[in-house]
Design a protein around this ligand. Sequence first.
Ligand SMILES: CC(C)(COP(=O)(O)OP(=O)(O)OC[C@H]1O[C@@H](n2cnc3c(N)ncnc32)[C@H](O)[C@@H]1OP(=O)(O)O)[C@@H](O)C(=O)NCCC(=O)NCCS
Length: 154
Amino acid sequence: MQARNRAFLAPGDPIRDDVYFTVSGQRAEVEAALARHERGKALPLVILDVDGVIAGRLTLSGIVRGPFQSCSVGYWLAEDQTRKGLATEAVQAAISLAFSDLALHRVQAETLLANVASQRVLAKAGFEQYGLAPSYLKIAGAWQDHLMFQKLSS
Ligand SMILES: CC(C)(COP(=O)(O)OP(=O)(O)OC[C@H]1O[C@@H](n2cnc3c(N)ncnc32)[C@H](O)[C@@H]1OP(=O)(O)O)[C@@H](O)C(=O)NCCC(=O)NCCS
């Protein structure tokens, strides 16, 4: 799925080498994600369509405990699964997990300035924009500004 959607996802991703798009590269990615899960640092999830087919991924990452009780949410869909409301539904479900099962206080998200679709997903899930971080992440080979969002547990 990553290989099939390489061009679609590239504008929002770090530059990835060819190994990343192979079966062994993806196996290593999944193993690393599961290891982070084992350490309590992440919750890697898949997004299913109405037929139960894997449509994309969503990860709660960077889980920090202590006085912060916070994590970040990241998500993507296969191009042919977009514009069906799946991301909105997935983010809303993940927020519930973060605040109930994981007992977190805060979920953070960030988007490129031009990523209107992702900003809509976050707005519909009740995130508020709290800032603009200059040169926040190296995406598609360049340090890029990001809009910063958060949602707090009620
Ligand atoms: C961003 C992304 C997850 C949105 O997923 P999606 O399932 O298509 O989103 P939804 O169907 O839930 O739609 C959410 C809103 O965005 C709008 N939207 C979706 N794609 C859009 C696009 N390409 N341009 C403008 N608006 C768009 C929808 O119309 C909807 O708004 P509305 O409710 O006001 O009509 C998906 O496009 C994607 O995977 N993009 C590449 C990876 C990425 O950007 N991930 C997020 C990084 S922050």
